[in-house]
Design a protein around this ligand. Structure first.
Ligand code: HEC
Length: 486
């Protein structure tokens, strides 16, 4: 019943390429041992200068000797046949024609995609797990390779290739798919919840999840929930679905389990941490679908889950906090507020517009470790910073200086639980979002076009794509029963 995500089934074949395709020497180079043989096919023009400067000396850096290990480590996890990257970079012939563009995106730091950065106003409180950023030396290596004409090098001297990092959840216990295919028609956004029964006969604790979007052209967000008491039984229809405004499941007793937004990666709990899922629980997947406007689209997404039957020491909580549908006293005054009265409104043709939200944690909440942080806005958002003010000091949690709707994800801190940043009673949690409501913002241009518009409009707060949010996604790990405290 469950179909693998686009790409999962070919994942194994592409790993086979690592062993046989990527490093296999060609006839010519193997017999002469020369690194100067002109590459064949598409790669010919890119490698031309390598061929021209044939003086018997190997040009460096070269693909086989220097560049391939970096590309395998940092790019091939997405850029393989059937991967989420639009083309493969796993062989010399495939990578060389892209050399100049690779150099461009790597120097611009748009590839590998990674939004969290240390800036003058924010230094992250801990290193990040699976940090994809390249070092200055690595960026220079790509630039140097392109500067000498993307030479292939000698396959006989090929450096060992690391296995590309997997974007898949490991040791999956079960994969649950939407009970029925869902058709996204018209031009309006759809908000629908799907209920799945994992058939649990004993209590378990969820330690990892991975959303597997089926039709990622239309899936705008998915929040998943554990429904321990069957609250969804009363609202679900014969096809296993019910309406959920905003794509949030507002039912008694439900506990959020994961957040998926475009660019999302698997959610992993820290060691010895799990989200309780009692026997008999249902799983709810709350979708925000955004039609492409190009006719009916069908989606039947799935979620891969890993759970354990042994109670972990810490309970995991994931959720969202911030401005989603409305704001109250928590909105601070900002630019363009009419008459100085704070209002969440982004005028058309204005860039650098900020909205800032602050929440004060009620006194008495103990110190709770934060293991994960993410930024969420829609298409007008271009920058977001999340920080805590405690005893007059700022503790920065996350700064995404060049926010891109297509590359949202949760950033996990890579330190033991007792060294994680924390939140506690009396803390002020700030979220500052910057918006660019001009035609300079290419994501906005795309979103306007989908609505048949060519000029920016006034953007308020709300759930649809041409409204905005200013939300922090977070993951907490606690020894205490948080649902009683928060
Ligand atoms: C997490 C997955 C992922 C990783 C890792 C990744 N890419 Fe990409 N890359 C993509 C996707 C998806 C696109 C197409 C959408 C986009 O451009 O944002 C893309 C687009 C590109 C483009 C085309 C950009 C353009 O403007 O046409 C280039 C070039 C590129 N990647 C190079 C690289 C290089 C080089 C690396 C490693 C240093 C890398 N990518 C790592 C997923 C990835």
């Amino acid at each position: 019943m469950v179909r693998p995500a686009r790409g999962i089934s070919v994942f194994t074949c592409s790993f086979a390429l690592v062993a046989c395709g990527g490093v296999e020497p060609t006839e010519t180079t193997a017999s002469t041992g020369e690194a100067t043989a002109a590459p064949s096919g598409e790669a010919e023009s890119a490698g031309e200068s390598a061929g021209e400067s044939d003086v018997g000396e190997a040009l460096r850096p070269s693909w086989h000797e220097d560049v391939a290990p970096l590309v395998y480590r940092s790019c091939v996890g997405c850029h393989y046949d059937g991967g989420i990257g639009p083309f493969a970079l796993d062989t010399y012939e495939r990578a060389a024609p892209w050399g100049a563009v690779m150099d461009e995106v790597v120097q611009a730091k748009t590839m590998p995609p990674w939004g969290a950065h240390d800036t003058d106003e924010c230094q992250s409180p801990a290193p990040f797990k699976d940090d994809m950023r390249l070092s200055d030396d690595e960026r220079r290596l790509i630039a140097d390779w392109v500067a000498v004409g993307t030479p292939e090098g000698d396959p006989a001297n090929a450096a060992a290739l690391p296995e590309p990092p997997s974007l898949e959840l490991k040791d999956t216990t079960a994969t649950l798919q939407n009970p029925t295919p869902y058709t996204i028609d018209g031009t309006e956004d759809h908000f629908v919840c799907m209920v799945v029964d994992p058939g649990l006969t004993e209590d378990v604790w969820v330690t990892g999840t991975q959303m597997i979007p089926d039709n990622d052209a239309v899936v705008h967000h998915v929040l998943t929930y554990i429904d321990p008491d069957g609250a969804s039984d009363a609202v679900v229809d014969a096809e296993g679905k019910f309406d959920c405004p905003g794509g949030f499941a507002n039912l008694p007793g439900v506990q959020q389990m994961s957040t998926w937004v475009p660019g999302g990666v698997p959610t992993e709990m820290p060691p010895d941490t799990g989200i309780p899922m009692p026997a008999g629980s249902k799983v709810i997947m709350a979708y925000h679908y955004h039609p492409t406007g190009a006719g009916d689209d069908v989606d039947q997404s799935a979620i891969a889950m890993r759970w354990t039957t042994e109670k972990p020491a810490l309970t995991g909580y994931v959720g969202v906090i911030g401005a989603a549908f409305s704001v109250g006293d928590d909105l601070l005054p900002g630019p363009n507020d009419p008459g100085g009265v704070p209002v969440f409104e982004i005028p058309p043709n204005v860039s650098g517009h900020t909205e800032t939200i602050v929440y004060e944690m009620p006194e008495g909440i103990p110190s709770i470790p934060i293991f994960s942080e993410g930024a969420h806005m829609h298409y007008v958002g271009v920058e977001m910073k999340i920080w805590i003010e405690r005893d007059g000091e700022d503790i920065c949690l996350l700064h995404v200086p060049r926010y891109d709707f297509n590359w949202q994800r949760l950033y996990d801190y890579d330190v033991p639980v007792d060294q994680l940043p924390t939140i506690q009673g009396g803390d002020k949690l700030y979220m500052r979002c910057t918006y660019d409501n001009t035609l300079e913002n290419h994501n906005l241009v795309e979103a306007l076009a989908q609505q048949g518009l060519s000029e920016p409009v006034t953007v308020g707060i709300g759930e649809s794509s041409l409204e905005e949010m200013c939300l922090s996604l977070f993951g907490l790990a606690s020894a205490l029963p948080l649902h009683e405290l928060l």
